[in-house]
Ligand binder design. Structure first.
Ligand code: UDP
Ligand code: MG
Length: 301
C-alpha cells in the first residue's frame, strides 16, 4: 500500500492546529491509504509544541526546532524526515484546502505527472499594494531568471518520492523553495483555486518580510542584478562623453548640473556595491555550511 506524508510547518499556530488536524485526519482516513502527518514546530513561542505532543495518534510526528528557522527550513526538515511514497506540503491555517488532497493524489497516480501544484487565481483579502508588488516581482524574476516561477503558486503541492529526493539533493542554505521546485523540473500539473483566508491566528508575513523574501528569491535564482553594473557603467560612460561635448560647446558654467549628475552616478555606484554585497553575504552563508535547522525535540526516533 502506498504511503502519503503530509509536511506541515507551524509557527505560533496553537489556534489553527486542532482545527487543521480534525479536517486532515478525516480526509486522509477516507482515502484508505497509509499516511503520516509531520508537523514542524518552527520555534513557536505559544503552545504549539504542547498541542502537538497532546495529539495521541501514531500517524502524527513532530519535529520541534531550537528556534525559529523560517518556513523554508521547516519544509526542508519535513521533506528530510518523511518516508511517504507521495509527499504533500501545506500550511496549517487551512488556506490550503485538505479536500484537494484526494484529488491531487488520484491525478498524480492516474496521469503522467510528478507533482500536483496549486496556485491561487485571485488575491482576494490581500491588500491592493501587496498584490501589485507581488505581480511585479513575478514579472521581474521570470525575465531575469532561467527557472520559471509561477505567479500565485502556493507551497501546497503533492510530489512523488523521486521529486522529493531531488529537492533534498539541493543542499543550499538559502532555500527559496519556489525556485527550488522549478529548478528540479519534473512535470507539474497546476490546480487553481480562489484565495481562502486563514482560519485562525494571523499571517507571519509583514510587507517588509515579503520584500526581503523577494530579494532572496532573486539573488538565489538570478545573476542579472550583477550584470546591471556593466549596463550602468556603459550608460554613464556614454553620457559623460555627451556632457563633455555639450560643455565644450557651451563653456564650463553648468557647475550645478555637473554636481547633480555626479551625485546621481555615485548613487548608482552605491546601489551596485549594495547588490554585490548582498551576493557576497549569500556566499558567506553557503560557504559556512551551517545546518539548515537544529532540532530540539522530536518523536521521530
Ligand atoms: N510558518 C513557519 N515559520 C515561519 C513563518 C510561518 O513555519 O517563520 C508557517 C505558518 O505556521 C503556516 C505557514 O508557514 O503554516 C504559512 O504562514 P502564513 O499563513 O503566516 O503565511 P501566508 O499564508 O500569510 O502567506
Ligand atoms: Mg497562511
Amino acid at each position: 500500500m502506498n504511503k502519503i506524508s503530509i509536511v506541515v510547518p507551524c509557527y505560533n499556530e496553537e489556534a489553527s492546529i486542532p482545527i487543521f488536524y480534525k479536517v486532515i485526519e478525516e480526509t486522509l482516513k477516507s482515502m484508505k491509504i497509509d499516511y503520516e502527518l509531520i508537523f514542524i514546530d518552527d520555534g513557536s513561542k505559544d503552545k504549539t509544541l504542547e498541542i502537538l505532543k497532546n495529539i495521541k495518534d501514531k500517524h502524527v510526528k513532530y519535529i520541534s526546532f531550537s528556534r525559529n528557522f523560517g518556513k523554508e527550513a521547516a519544509i526542508y526538515a519535513g521533506l528530510n524526515e518523511c518516508s511517504g511514497d507521495f509527499v504533500a506540503t501545506m500550511d496549517v491555517d487551512l488556506q490550503d484546502p485538505p479536500s484537494l488532497i484526494p484529488i491531487m493524489y488520484e491525478t498524480l497516480k492516474k496521469e503522467d505527472f510528478d507533482c500536483i501544484g496549486t496556485r491561487r487565481v485571485t488575491r482576494k483579502g490581500e491588500p491592493k499594494i501587496r498584490s501589485f508588488f507581488a505581480r511585479m516581482f513575478y514579472k521581474i524574476i521570470n525575465k531575469i531568471s532561467n527557472v520559471e516561477m509561477v505567479d500565485g503558486a502556493r507551497d501546497f503541492r503533492l510530489m512523488t518520492r523521486q521529486m522529493v529526493d531531488s529537492i533534498l539533493s539541493l543542499k543550499e542554505y538559502n532555500r527559496y523553495s519556489k525556485g527550488i521546485f522549478s529548478f528540479v523540473g519534473f512535470k507539474t500539473k497546476w490546480l487553481e483555486y480562489e484565495n481562502i483566508e486563514r482560519v485562525a491566528g494571523e499571517t507571519k508575513w509583514s510587507f517588509f518580510k515579503l520584500f526581503i523574501y523577494a530579494i532572496e528569491g532573486i539573488v538565489a535564482f538570478s545573476n542579472f542584478p550583477l550584470i546591471i553594473s556593466i549596463i550602468f557603467s556603459t550608460l554613464s560612460f556614454v553620457s559623460s562623453i555627451i556632457l563633455l561635448i555639450i560643455m565644450i560647446i557651451n563653456g564650463f558654467k553648468e557647475l550645478l548640473v555637473i554636481l547633480s549628475i555626479l551625485l546621481f552616478i555615485f548613487s548608482l555606484l552605491f546601489l551596485i556595491l549594495g547588490i554585490i554585497g548582498v551576493y557576497v553575504g549569500k556566499i558567506i552563508l553557503e560557504v559556512r555550511k551551517r545546518p539548515i535547522y537544529v532540532v530540539r525535540e522530536s518523536n521521530l526516533r
